[in-house]
Design a protein around this ligand. Structure first.
Ligand code: ZN
Length: 145
């Protein structure tokens, strides 16, 4: 089921999201709905607060892992790059230049409730950092370079 994506300046985008206690059927359904919504909208990633659910979940276009529940960045490179960044909640804003770490390692729980850890670089590293910021109510507009 496709979900409605909240648009800036909707106040719900500023909420700090809560941890997931159990990967319940409702949470799994939310994850698959978020994946469907991301794919239909052509985004690289989507975070639960963007669909009005204040939960620490994001989805991302990656072959190996696409669902990240209770994600934590465990390591990030000192090296940074400033790149163009877009957001499905900032329609009509185009791209904004944002600074991000070149690589990040993220630990999260997948849709089957299994813990995993993976290192990302390039666009996916940027995407992880963007989606993680959504979980703390931190938006693109706060990172203008
Ligand atoms: Zn976004």
């Amino acid at each position: 089921m496709q979900l409605e994506i909240l648009q800036y300046p909707d106040g719900r985008l500023r909420t700090v999201a809560a941890d997931i206690k159990d990967v319940t059927p409702d949470i799994k359904k939310l994850c698959t709905d978020m994946l469907e919504t991301m794919n239909v909208k052509g985004g690289a990633g989507l975070a639960a607060p963007q669909v009005g659910r204040s939960l620490r979940i994001f989805v991302m276009v990656d072959d190996e892992h696409s669902v990240f529940i209770n994600p934590i960045i465990t390591e990030r490179s000192a090296a940074t790059t400033i790149s163009d960044e877009g957001c499905l909640s900032f329609k009509g804003f185009g791209f904004i230049k944002v600074k991000h770490s070149d690589t990040v390692t993220v630990s999260a729980i997948d849709i089957d409730g299994k813990l995993f850890s993976k290192k990302y670089d390039k666009l996916l590293s940027q995407c992880v950092q963007h989606e993680m910021r959504h979980l703390d109510g931190d938006l693109l507009i706060d990172h203008l370079e």
